[in-house]
Design a protein around this ligand. Structure first.
Ligand SMILES: [Zn+2]
Length: 137
């Protein structure tokens, strides 16, 4: 079935397919940000996190667990696992990026925001941040 989605089509690109089952698959990123940049996606075209079935969510997390070990073994670093969903991305197919980067999350965020590597928030800052999110739950 061709729905025009490049990420749906990617599950058939054997040259970069790492893993595939009925719920999810893993591929090498076509434009890798660094060596070892992979993506995990639901096999079905899904554009919202809340549209994943319980089976898809479970399968994706099981795959994360396996990939986390594989990335550590192969690249010697923990993997950053980041969700990229349909809105405001180049692809309307939910996907997760897997990036082996030392101290990954802190380094990527600090670099993109131009912040020092470690800045501890004050109690007031963290409480204000918590309050903004809690009211939406
Ligand atoms: Zn798709």
């Amino acid at each position: 079935m061709d729905n025009g989605c490049a990420l749906c089509a990617a599950q058939h690109e054997d040259y970069r397919l790492v893993y595939k089952d009925e719920h999810c698959f893993c591929i090498a990123n076509i434009e890798p940000l660094n060596h070892g940049h992979f993506m995990v996606l639901p096999t079905r075209h899904v554009s919202e996190l809340g549209s994943l079935t319980a089976e898809e969510t479970h399968a994706i997390h099981q795959l994360f667990h396996r990939l986390e070990k594989a990335v550590k073994n192969e690249y010697g670093h923990d993997a950053l696992i980041a969700l990229n969903r349909g809105a405001n991305t180049s692809q309307d197919h939910i996907h997760y990026h897997i990036l082996p980067i030392p101290h990954a999350f802190r380094k990527v965020v600090s670099r993109s925001e131009g912040l020092p590597e470690r800045v501890r928030g004050t109690v007031e800052q963290l409480s204000a941040m918590r309050d903004k999110l809690v009211k939406h739950l």
